[in-house]
Design a protein around this ligand. Structure first.
Ligand code: ATP
Ligand code: MG
Length: 234
C-alpha cells in the first residue's frame, strides 16, 4: 500500500478577530491508494473546508497537505494549479459541465488543460463506455439528464488518472434511485481502477460498506461514524 494523501495538523481559520471562525482544528490523517473514504458530519462541521484543503483549492492557516508524498505547502499558485489538474479529479454536487460543449468535449477538458492530447480521446471513450454514456457522447451537456450529467462528471474526474478523486455531495442533487446508481458507479470504478475516492456526503446510508468513514465534528476529525466507535485523529 502507498500513501496518496497525508494531512498534518491542518487548521483553517476564516476571517480575523471577533469574526473569525475556526473551521478546521488540527486535523491529521493519511489515506492509502485505492481507499474509498467517506467524510460525514453535520452542516457547518467543516467537511467542505477539509475537502477544499485536500483539493488545493484553498490553503490551510496552519499545517500541511502532502499528495503522492509531495508537500504542497510551499508551491506557488501557478504550480498548485497544474499540480491540482494532474493529481486530483473533482466531482461536485452540480455536475458543472459546460453546457455548450458535448459530453465528450467536457470529459476531455482536463486533458486539454494539462496539454496532453496523445491517446486522450480513446481514454475518454473508454471511460464514457464504463459510465454507461457511450450513446450520449456527442450530445450537448445541457441536453442530458441530471444522472447522466453526473456520470459524465465522474468520467471527467477520472480522465487524468488522478491520485485522488474528490467529491463534495455528488448525490446531493439527485433523486434516491439515481443516487443509488451513481454511488454504485463510483464504487465500481474505484475498484476497477484501484482509484482513491474521498467523498463528502449527507447520504451515509446510500453508500453502504466503504473502506473508511471519517466524521468531522466542530472542525475535528474522528475515525468511524458512530459516537461509540470514534477515536480522535490527531
Ligand atoms: N469562505 C468562508 N468564510 C467564512 N466562513 C466560512 C467560509 N466557508 C465556510 N465557513 C464557515 O466554516 C465552517 C465550516 O464550513 P463548511 O462549509 O466546511 O461546512 P460543511 O461541513 O461543508 O457544511 P455543509 O454540510 O452545510 O456543506 C462553518 O462555520 C462555515 O460557516
Ligand atoms: Mg459543505
Amino acid at each position: 500500500m502507498s500513501k496518496v494523501l497525508e494531512i498534518n495538523n491542518v487548521s483553517k481559520i476564516y476571517g480575523t478577530g471577533e469574526n473569525s471562525v475556526k473551521a478546521l482544528d488540527n486535523v491529521s490523517f493519511s489515506i492509502e491508494k485505492g481507499e474509498f473514504v467517506l467524510i460525514v458530519g453535520s452542516s457547518g462541521s467543516g467537511k467542505s473546508t477539509l475537502l477544499n484543503m485536500i483539493g488545493l483549492l484553498d490553503r490551510p492557516t496552519n499545517g500541511s497537505v502532502f499528495i503522492d508524498g509531495i508537500d504542497t505547502t510551499h508551491l506557488s499558485d501557478n504550480k498548485i494549479s497544474s499540480f491540482r489538474n494532474r493529481k486530483l479529479g473533482f466531482i461536485f454536487q452540480f455536475s458543472n459541465l459546460l453546457s455548450d460543449l458535448t459530453v465528450l468535449e467536457n470529459v476531455l477538458l482536463p486533458r486539454e488543460i494539462a496539454g496532453t492530447n496523445d491517446s486522450s480521446e480513446k481514454n475518454a471513450m473508454e471511460l464514457l463506455k464504463a459510465v454507461g454514456l457511450h450513446d450520449q457522447i456527442n450530445k450537448r451537456a445541457n441536453k442530458i439528464s441530471g444522472g447522466q450529467a453526473q456520470r459524465a462528471a465522474i468520467a471527467r474526474g477520472l480522465i487524468n488518472n488522478p491520485s485522488v478523486v474528490l467529491a463534495d455531495e455528488p448525490t446531493g442533487n439527485l433523486d434516491s434511485a439515481t443516487s443509488d446508481k451513481i454511488v454504485q458507479l463510483m464504487k465500481s470504478m474505484a475498484k476497477k481502477l484501484n482509484q482513491t475516492f474521498i467523498v463528502v456526503t449527507h447520504d451515509r446510508e446510500h453508500f453502504g460498506n466503504v473502506d473508511r468513514v471519517i466524521t468531522i465534528k466542530d472542525g475535528k476529525a474522528f475515525e468511524g461514524n458512530l459516537p461509540s466507535e470514534i477515536e480522535v485523529l490527531t
